[in-house]
Write a protein that binds this ligand. Sequence first.
Ligand SMILES: C[S@@+](CC[C@H](N)C(=O)[O-])C[C@H]1O[C@@H](n2cnc3c(N)ncnc32)[C@H](O)[C@@H]1O
Length: 259
Amino acid sequence: MSTNLFRYEQFGWDYERLNPIGERELSWYRRFAAEVGGPILELACGTGRLLTKIAEAGYQIDGVDLATTMLKLAERRIELLPPEIRSRIQLFNRDMTNLETGSTYNLIILADNSFRELQNRTSQRSCLKSVVACLSQYGKILITVRRFELTSYKDGKMSVPWSNPTRHPISGLMVRRKVEFHLSEDRTSESIVYFYKTVDANNQEIIEECQFQRPVMETSDYQSLFDAVGLTAEIYIDYSNKPDDGLDPVICFVCSRKV
Ligand SMILES: C[S@@+](CC[C@H](N)C(=O)[O-])C[C@H]1O[C@@H](n2cnc3c(N)ncnc32)[C@H](O)[C@@H]1O
């Protein structure tokens, strides 16, 4: 397996609390949907927070994700939509490194750092090859990632303190979360640990840990990968049409086939 899904299977309920999607982000994706048209594929679609908005804007969209918990959350959200919008959406429980939806798409989206779920260059290359295989001739691929920023680390470490309490959607108990980041000595990956602290009905404190890895990637690493699979990329920042400044935390790649 190219990814560690434990975080999503066990703590998928927390994903959108940690990463709320903004109108600016949604507008950026909708702009490309309008420019390129459907059908659209969203890889690593998670809880469907983006996919459903694109379907609501009138496009046919397929979503792929490997974590069953995330797909269940997406299904629940889709069930609440009017039938006409629901009919434009299909979900697939697949590995994005080995697609085969049997369809061709004009727009393929890999949003919100999902590409960095893939731990090594082999799985990243396989994913991009799969994507290129189902991209129409003049189609576009949108990949958005967070920039790795070495200066955020002190002695190879960084942390986010305990959050305010939030209610667990199933147990109803109040949960607090903190996050620790550790950079590997060779600086090729970061190890991330989420701690979830719950106080149960007997006043017992329970701490659950969730650890996963993320590859450290520079803009040039993405470009080499795109090049290797026959793609060329325009690079923007912050869900805008501003070119990359090497600083902004959000990098937006707009890829197409090399001519
Ligand atoms: C950072 S979340 C992004 C969710 C979504 N793109 C969004 O913006 O809301 C990453 C998603 O990637 C999925 N994922 C991780 N590895 C995967 C793989 N190899 N194939 C398909 N999905 C994968 C996880 O289950 C998770 O839902």
